[in-house]
Design a protein around this ligand. Sequence first.
Ligand SMILES: Nc1ncnc2c1ncn2[C@@H]1O[C@H](COP(=O)(O)OP(=O)(O)O)[C@@H](O)[C@H]1O
Ligand SMILES: [Mg+2]
Length: 390
Amino acid sequence: MTILWDLDPRSLDTHRYALGADTVQVTAAGQIDLALHEGTHRLIVIGPDIDLDAACALAEFQRIHRPELGVLLLRHRVDVTTLSHALRSGVREVITLGDQTALTDAVRRSLQLTAQLAGHTANGNGAQSDGRVITVFSAKGGVGKTTIATNLAAYLASTGSRTLIVDLDLMFGDVAISLQLAPEHSIGDLMAMSGHLDAEGLTSVVTRHDSGLDVLAAPADPGVADRVPAALADELIRVARGSYDYIVVDTPPSLTEHVLTVCDHSDITLLIATLDIPAIKNLRVAMSALDTLGTSQEGRVVVLNRADANVGLKPGDVEVALKHSINGQIPSSQAVPASINRGVALVLDDPRSPVSAAIRELADREVRARFGEEIAPEAKRRPSLFRSHK
Ligand SMILES: Nc1ncnc2c1ncn2[C@@H]1O[C@H](COP(=O)(O)OP(=O)(O)O)[C@@H](O)[C@H]1O
Ligand SMILES: [Mg+2]
């Protein structure tokens, strides 16, 4: 059933054809919850006179509590601000009032997506829809986002968790190249499946790394990158949660629409700081922006990369500037650029390097233990290293 939230009493008649016969109309937000409890509802359509903030608040709430439920928004006029605000909140599509064809199509797409999401939750070939999303972000380039994201993901995959790394640095993504992969497909190929993406569709565009890690590469063509809609990132993450235990997201050094969309879904936002003042200042600004947007502070983890650099700034100074404690430190090592140039994940290629140890420790404490995984002691976990001592 569909719920139409609209103030105009004639609205139900106007939209009945597009929305289907089994549509009920409510005029107040308070009635929605009641209606939701009285039957199986798959879609809420919000009328053009409902306040945008109220509409977005509803979408945001339902996205968490009923992720399969679709929310569509009707507006008298669709502008970029409305669109971005709405999509960021979890509204699936915004339709101009009067465009009945667009509304009919959007309803069909949303019902399809709902059916797929419900299918994943119910069975999905044994898949559960509770994969954890870890977004690696900093407001500056060159601080180690890609290094940390790829190594973290490769390590999580090596522990036996089904892991996907998504390269959301759409223009300049280098996840694939830093793992020496030549992907045939990229996020760009998901555009054709937009609105009806499912686990199989996702599998068809990922590239498998030797470690067992699945990689969803950024488009090779920046022209394609430019056309990837933020809503696709949203759909991608929803579907990926059903197929993977962990989804690690590498990002560009700015809060793009795509990054914001994914941050909203993230169980952990791994913020990378380095010992330089502009990077810290930018990170502070980004953290305030994330606060303003209401993303969870609970899942925020600050990692200091190249923590041992002798540059006159101490980790304590960073904590004061960021007003956040440092939850993990990764030292500087020549082994890092060397591993990138060789196209290997350092954490697997040289597990004894101090950088590998720091990444494992970070992953064990801030990711695996947080989600209830039992962590074996180092020696038990990597018996191959100790074989020579037997
Ligand atoms: N801990 C480290 N020690 C030495 N070099 C590092 C370390 N972390 C990152 N680098 C180097 O810094 C550069 C930028 O890293 P990268 O992960 O691509 O950053 P970002 O994704 O934030 O732009 C790379 O050349 C990488 O080898
Ligand atoms: Mg990068």
